[in-house]
Ligand binder design. Structure first.
Ligand code: FAD
Length: 452
């Protein structure tokens, strides 16, 4: 009698990527008793979360994600589970105008007035820039400009490309006070990633970049990128791919790119609804938090800066958005640029960007760049656009692509799931909690399928 063919499998489910989505997905799968393997291209976990240690200040220094945006239930639940403290950021927002620094009191109200006008059902869809142009007569120029800076800075989106319909739903916290709340993990986001990786242990394979997924319904063969002439492959019942949208869009053969055999045209179409937005952030660590001295604010003719959270400039500086570590006091300031301006900064040498950040801050603080530079101890940064395993900071939907996330979240033949911030269906694209929620959702769908 012929013997039944036994299909060997390395795992029930393979998860590609050990960022927030991949680690969250793997935990849910392992807790349900499934065999899991997590394949990560880099030699570290966390993906777009990378927390550098600063023993000198005792503060975490984020190179990627830093804030908890809004209620962010998936994060708050995990923080409680792992005993990680979170802290709310409520202080004063400042703005820099040609007249100096002042408290920006009406910021949210003005923003809500403009973004509240966006139409989630508009047909045909149009870009945010076109929506602003059409509303020229009814929205003040200063408010349109504030909203454009927000869309570029917060959503990392090019105003001429981002979908109005998508922005109306997913691109801003809205009028809900809880959703406009901002917080941080006290020990940095890295602590959350370590807590998620701990129960997985050796199931997470680092330096295991994937370059090909051969599949048929109910079976996948995942092949690693060739390393030292060798090529490994692993098999499973299903795969959750959590690599960033920009990496999924990379041409075959490029570092990080994954080839599907046979192709998955529905997934490829959904991927084309999104764009990976660029961001450049630098953390400047100074010898002292000199801006907190009362005499410093007095010299600027500004109110005391001790409760300053964000500082935004209306002037065309390279870095127009800054923030402090408030409510914790530390000698650090973060420079931020997102959207089309940040795209222009990508690929530039680190020292050039450091100088641009110093020039921007010096202009806001009415100091010479040389004098400001003498107070600087160290600058921390990472080029997420040039990094082959991220290829940008986070995703947004292009005109006509408002349903990007729901589409990306649709599994292919109940075998290939795509998860990660771009596929989040809780209107939190581009965030850590959106990534976590999307990984957990994909994992639960697979568990249901396997156990049904
Ligand atoms: C500068 C910056 C600031 C941000 N600020 C915030 C913030 O304040 N708040 C917030 O909520 N969000 C923020 N974000 C967004 C947030 O970091 C992301 O939404 C989230 O971390 C994405 O998680 P993910 O699991 O979807 O993707 P990732 O974290 O990118 O994980 C994907 C993983 O896949 C791996 N990978 C890639 N290619 C391959 C391959 N071929 N084979 C195997 N593995 C591969 C990558 O190395 C990576 O580890 C920020 C992002 C950046 C870059």
């Amino acid at each position: 009698m012929p013997r039944a063919r036994v299909h060997h499998r390395d795992a029930d489910v393979i998860v590609i990527g050990a960022g927030a989505a991949g680690l969250a997905a793997a935990n849910v799968l392992v807790e349900s008793g499934l065999d899991v393997l997590v394949l990560e291209a880099r030699n570290r976990i966390g993906g777009r979360i990378e927390t550098a240690a600063s023993p000198e200040t005792g503060m975490p220094i984020e190179l990627g994600a830093e804030f908890i945006h809004g209620t962010a239930t998936p994060i708050r639940e995990l923080a409680e589970r792992y005993g990680l403290a979170t802290i709310d950021v409520s202080g004063q927002r400042f703005e820099h105008t040609s007249r100096g620094l002042r408290v920006a009191r009406d910021y949210s109200a003005r923003l809500n007035r403009v973004l509240g006008r966006l139409d989630a059902h508009r047909s045909p869809d149009r870009s945010f820039a076109d929506a602003m142009r059409a509303n020229r007569g009814s929205i003040r120029a200063a408010d349109r400009s504030l909203a454009t800076r927000f869309v570029e800075g917060f959503d990392a989106a090019d105003a001429t490309q981002v979908s109005e319909r998508w922005l109306a739903v997913a691109g801003w916290p809205g009028r809900d006070m809880r959703e406009s709340r901002i917080g941080r993990m006290l020990d940095g986001y890295g602590a959350l990633m370590r807590a998620l990786a701990r129960p997985l242990g050796a199931l997470v394979r680092l330096g295991a970049g994937v370059s090909e997924i051969r599949w048929r319904p109910g079976r996948v063969e995942v092949a690693g990128a060739p390393a030292r002439g060798r090529r490994r492959s692993w098999s499973a019942r299903a795969v959750i791919v959590t690599v960033p949208l920009g990496v999924m869009q990379a041409a075959a053969g490029e570092r990080g790119a994954i080839r599907f055999d046979p192709p998955a045209p529905a997934l490829t179409r959904s991927l084309s609804s999104g764009i990976m937005g660029p961001v450049r952030r630098l953390t400047l660590r100074f010898a002292e938090p000199f801006w907190l001295e009362p005499a410093f604010a007095r010299r600027l003719g500004a109110p005391p800066l001790e409760r300053m959270t964000f500082l935004q400039s209306r002037r065309p500086l390279a870095f127009r958005v800054w923030w402090t570590t408030y409510p914790v006091y530390a000698p650090m300031l973060v420079a931020w640029s997102g959207g089309s301006r940040a795209g222009l900064l990508s690929g530039r040498p680190a020292c050039e960007l450091e100088q641009l950040a110093i020039d921007s801050l010096a202009s806001m603080f009415r100091m010479t760049p040389a004098r400001l530079a003498t107070r600087l101890v160290r600058c921390y940064q990472h080029d997420w656009v040039a990094d082959p395993f991220s290829r940008g900071a986070y995703s947004y939907a292009r005109v006509g692509g408002a349903r990007m996330s729901e589409r990306l979240a649709q599994p292919v033949a109940r075998t290939i799931w795509y998860a990660g911030e771009a596929a989040d269906t809780i209107a939190s694209t581009g965030t850590v909690h959106g990534a976590i929620a999307s990984g957990q959702r994909a994992a639960r769908e697979i568990i249901e399928l396997i156990h049904s």
